[in-house]
Design a protein around this ligand. Structure first.
Ligand SMILES: Nc1ncnc2c1ncn2[C@@H]1O[C@H](COP(=O)(O)OP(=O)(O)OP(=O)(O)O)[C@@H](O)[C@H]1O
Length: 731
């Protein structure tokens, strides 16, 4: 096969002169019908052949006659070179300009004559020669008696042409297999079928169960290639399948609302399109089938199963491998787009005038937009009108980007479809001229830790990061708690205090003006109508309940932590006791074993917050300060005198007394110190603001501001022990 840039730009000669036919030197059997058409008809005036026939045979410039669809390797190699080729070697215009360009590869496929066409005794108007040249014959109109015996011939040359007997595998291996290989190298590739309705686009792209098309063969090939390379690195395959129907983009894997197209640094993308991670070809087949069921197809006069939408299957392959020299991880991403366009059609060819004709108009409009883009690209215009349709927006990458693109033009052999066939071939010929930027490898290098110490460092860094995040979270939680408490206090303050006189700290000699000012600050809120007052109170109760719940949950969590610590300590103590016992036994002090162990444990007073043995820890011995508070506030304190004469809460408590319900739920739970502020209800009622200052060591410290002229601030600390809670200190 010739190098794509070495194909002369005028090699596709559209000949309008009529000369005697010179039968091509190498006509394959499969073109016999076409050949007979030439030889056996005395009405044919003739064809001319391309004037520029390559004379040299180099690796990059293989004569067309040597193209053998069955010898896949030779074609593939030449094709592969063209796919990622920079400027042509020596002769290309681009090389002169020093540009790195490639062009769209264009192929033509003729389908067999269908039953209807045969019944109408239509004639074959397409002849393929050398698997590359396409000859079109335009027969004169039967009613045009003057020109009845005259025909016009047209000749085009493409990168490859397929007769009606070409198999799906041949089409795949010649057009697409090298693209799949390139995608695995991290390049982008696109294949699209173009042609009139009923010309065989869907057959080429999707095929049938017995004869799977390019999409199916490409997916199978892709996964088999990935399997072969699985030991080199890891591959991740994502795929999406969408359709453009009546200028709306729809997801075919998860059909739903129309998708919006957006342009980002990857190009045009459909926002919200399902990216399915696939691990096997079978999985993709199932998805493809599911997608095709969602695709819009309707019978038209021209085609029983006419696709009324353009379908785009996109497969993204991410390949990670360790570079042998740099030892860095190389990440390559290649994208393969397989596009089955809806068929262009004449308005009369469709049999229904309503929805079908609207669909037809939209299909034609988008294909016209595609033609405009092709024209603009060929003419080298600066502005390419991609935005004229959704289809061209989606094909932007394939037409004008860094992508290896293949176009398969499908045509009908029937003379009845000559107009459409000529049109398709004309546009295919134009598309050949589109120059693309050379598709670079989409490659990233990810530095990776090389040694174990690096990995250990990484682990440490991650742990540090984790710790910081946890601390941030804790800070946020504390803030939240404070806010909740503040809102609780502000809500509670909206209810007027039942008796401010009870509040010893509330100044009774407040100046009226000051009192007004304080009040007016409450009035600033809309809380003084009876209704809002009620609402405010309800809200306050709800907020209070929520806070109580949160605090109870916190208590519960603390209890659990506490129990866990207890258990651990118990184990340690048991272990110690066992060891001591053993020692004692060895010293012959058998009788003292238990006493020694217990005494040794009791001798040591726990520090503040430190936990003791199992029994003690269930009701920990308070510190001096706590104990005095406990002792002052309750006469029925379940305290016992310890060996050293100090009072402490006894472990006996938890053994025979059920813990009272959470005291936070009881308004008068705070045991009041002699010099403490007034009882909780009145104090609470007149509280203006309550601020949670800290939650630690089973204590929740609050600052409560009472309202009044000389507004005061009280600190209060609640301590939670098991199911109990108590106000520990107030000042
Ligand atoms: N190469 C082929 N070999 C055998 N049958 C073919 C071939 N190409 C097309 N056909 C048949 O021709 C008919 C029309 O083909 P297809 O549906 O692929 O056309 P199309 O171009 O996709 O049409 P539309 O644009 O309306 O969807 C189908 O029944 C299909 O099986």
């Amino acid at each position: 096969m010739r190098d794509r840039n070495s194909i002369p730009t005028n090699s596709s000669t559209v000949t309008k002169t009529f000369v005697l036919p010179q039968p091509p030197s190498s006509i394959n059997d499969d073109t016999k019908e076409n050949h007979n058409l030439i030889a056996g008809s005395d009405r044919i005036v003739g064809f001319s052949y391309p004037r520029k026939v390559p004379t040299t045979t180099t690796a990059d410039s293989v004569p067309a006659s040597n193209l053998n669809l069955n010898s896949r390797n030779s074609n593939s190699t030449a094709f592969a070179r063209r796919l990622s080729m920079p400027a042509a070697t020596g002769k290309g215009k681009e090389e002169e300009l020093g540009k790195c360009v490639s062009r769209i590869m264009v192929f033509v496929r003729v389908r067999p004559m269908n039953k209807k066409e045969k019944e109408l005794s239509s004639r074959c108007c397409v002849r393929i020669v050398n698997n590359r040249d396409v000859y079109l014959t335009e027969f004169a109109n039967e009613n045009d008696y003057l020109r009845l015996n005259r025909v016009k011939g047209r000749h085009f040359t493409f990168d490859g042409s397929f007769t009606d007997s070409a198999t799906q595998e041949q089409v795949y291996s010649t057009t697409t297999s090298e693209l799949v290989e390139a995608v695995l190298q991290g390049r982008n590739g696109s294949v699209f079928c173009y042609g009139a309705t009923g010309a065989g686009k869907t057959y080429t792209m999707l095929g049938t169960v017995e004869n799977p098309g390019v999409m199916v063969l490409a997916i199978k090939d892709l996964f088999s290639k990935i399997r072969q390379r699985s030991c080199d690195g890891s591959h991740v395959v994502h795929l999406s399948y969408l359709e453009v129907y009546n200028e709306t983009v729809r997801d075919l894997i998860c059909p739903g609302r129309p998708l919006v197209l957006r342009e980002d640094k990857q190009g045009i993308v459909a926002a919200g399109l399902t990216q399915y991670r696939a691990s096997s070809a079978d999985e993709v087949m199932a998805l493809l089938q599911q997608g095709n069921r969602s695709r819009t197809t309707e019978p038209t006069r021209a085609n029983e199963t006419s696709s009324r939408s353009h379908a785009i299957l996109q497969v993204v392959v991410e390949y990670r491998v360790r570079d042998a020299t740099t030892m860095n991880i190389v990440n390559r991403v290649g994208k393969l787009s397989l596009i089955d366009l809806a068929g262009s059609e004449r308005a009369l060819a469709t049999d229904q005038r309503t929805l079908r004709s609207l669909e037809g108009a939209n299909i034609n409009r988008s294909l016209l937009a595609l033609s405009s883009c092709i024209n603009a690209l060929v003419e080298g215009k600066k502005h390419i009108p991609y935005r004229n349709s959704k289809l061209t927006q989606l094909l932007k990458d394939s037409l004008g980007g860094t992508c290896n693109t293949v176009m398969i033009a499908n045509i009908s052999p029937s003379s009845l479809s000559f107009g459409e066939t000529q049109n398709t071939v004309h546009w295919a010929d134009r598309a050949k001229e589109i120059r693309l930027k050379v598709s670079d490898t989409n490659e990233d290098q990810l530095p990776m830790p090389e040694t174990e110490s690096d990995q250990a460092k990484l682990v440490l860094e991650l742990q540090k990061e984790n710790r910081e995040i946890r601390m941030q979270l804790a800070r946020q939680q504390q803030k939240l708690l404070t806010l909740e408490a503040q809102s609780l206090a502000s809500h509670s303050s909206t209810t007027p205090p039942p008796s401010t006189a009870n509040l010893s700290t509330t100044p009774t000699s407040a100046q009226p003006s000051e009192r007004r000012r304080t009040r007016s600050s409450f009035l600033a809120g809309t809380c003084f109508t009876p209704e809002t007052k009620k609402k405010g109170a309800e809200l306050a109760v709800r907020t209070l309940q929520r806070t109580v719940k949160a605090l109870e949950a916190e208590i519960e969590r603390m209890k659990k932590d506490h129990n866990l610590q207890l258990k651990q300590k118990d184990d340690v103590i048991r272990e110690l006791t066992r060891k001591c016992g053993k020692q004692a036994l060895t010293n012959g002090e058998v009788g003292k074993r238990v006493v020694t162990g217990a005494a040794s444990l009791q001798e040591k007073e726990p520090k503040d917050g430190e936990l003791k043995s199992h029994h003690r820890l269930r009701s920990p011995a308070p510190t001096a300060k706590k104990r005095s508070f406990w002792d002052i506030t309750t006469n029925s304190s379940p305290s016992v005198t310890t060996l050293n004469g100090r009072k402490t809460r006894s472990h006996v408590l938890s053994e025979h007394t059920a813990p009272p319900p959470s005291m936070l739920l009881q308004p008068g739970f705070a045991r009041q110190k002699a010099n403490a502020p007034p009882l909780w209800p009145s104090f609470y009622a007149s509280a203006q603001r309550m601020i949670v200052q800290s939650v630690a060591n089973q204590r929740v410290s609050f600052a409560i501001e009472a309202f009044g002229e000389n507004s005061k601030r009280f600190s209060c600390c609640w301590r939670f022990r098991g199911g109990n809670s108590e106000a520990e200190a107030m000042d």
